[in-house]
Design a protein around this ligand. Structure first.
Ligand code: ZN
Length: 159
């Protein structure tokens, strides 16, 4: 188990467009394992490779804690509907903001065996897929927030 350092917003590595993965290597397998460890350790539901400083088109997602997906070279091929709600990012700690995303997303990606598969997501999974694929294109959700970023700790204090 290896926890990697999560890069924070403002780090230019998060602004870069990532390169596709062309073949699976032991190095990349280790990266994927470490990304899961890092995501679970931080209580996140998704993590993209640039967030640990690697400019490759890889992300991991698990919105339930028991349904992990590896998406390599993911492409969103279909979207429908709309959802508006709060979003957060492990690279923007203790913040949340309102973002509108599709409520349904169909994504084609490679799994860790470099086999193509289709992942369909609704609601939170659809949101997570959009958020993580954005990271691979150098887009952090804060640029899509409607209104102001909120401080999560301040919101908790109000409750
Ligand atoms: Zn993020």
């Amino acid at each position: 188990m290896a926890i990697r350092n999560i890069r924070e917003y403002g780090d230019e590595v998060l602004d870069a467009v990532c390169r596709p993965v062309t073949k699976m290597t032991p190095h990349t397998e280790q990266l994927i394992e470490d990304m899961f460890d890092t995501m679970y350790d931080a209580n996140g539901v998704g993590l993209a490779a640039p967030q640990v400083g690697v400019l490759r088109r890889i992300c991991v997602i698990d919105v339930t804690g028991e349904d992990p997906y590896v998406l390599i070279n993911p492409q969103i091929v279909e979207t429908s509907g709309e959802q508006t709600g709060n979003e957060g990012c492990l690279s923007v700690p203790n913040k949340t903001g309102v973002v509108t995303r599709p409520s349904y997303v169909k994504c084609v990606a490679l799994d860790r065996n470099m086999q193509e598969y289709t992942l369909e997501g609704r609601d939170l999974l659809a949101r997570a897929i959009c958020h993580e694929v954005d990271h691979l294109d150098g887009i952090v959700y804060v640029t899509k927030v409607e209104g102001e970023l909120q401080d999560v700790r301040a919101l908790e204090d109000e409750e």
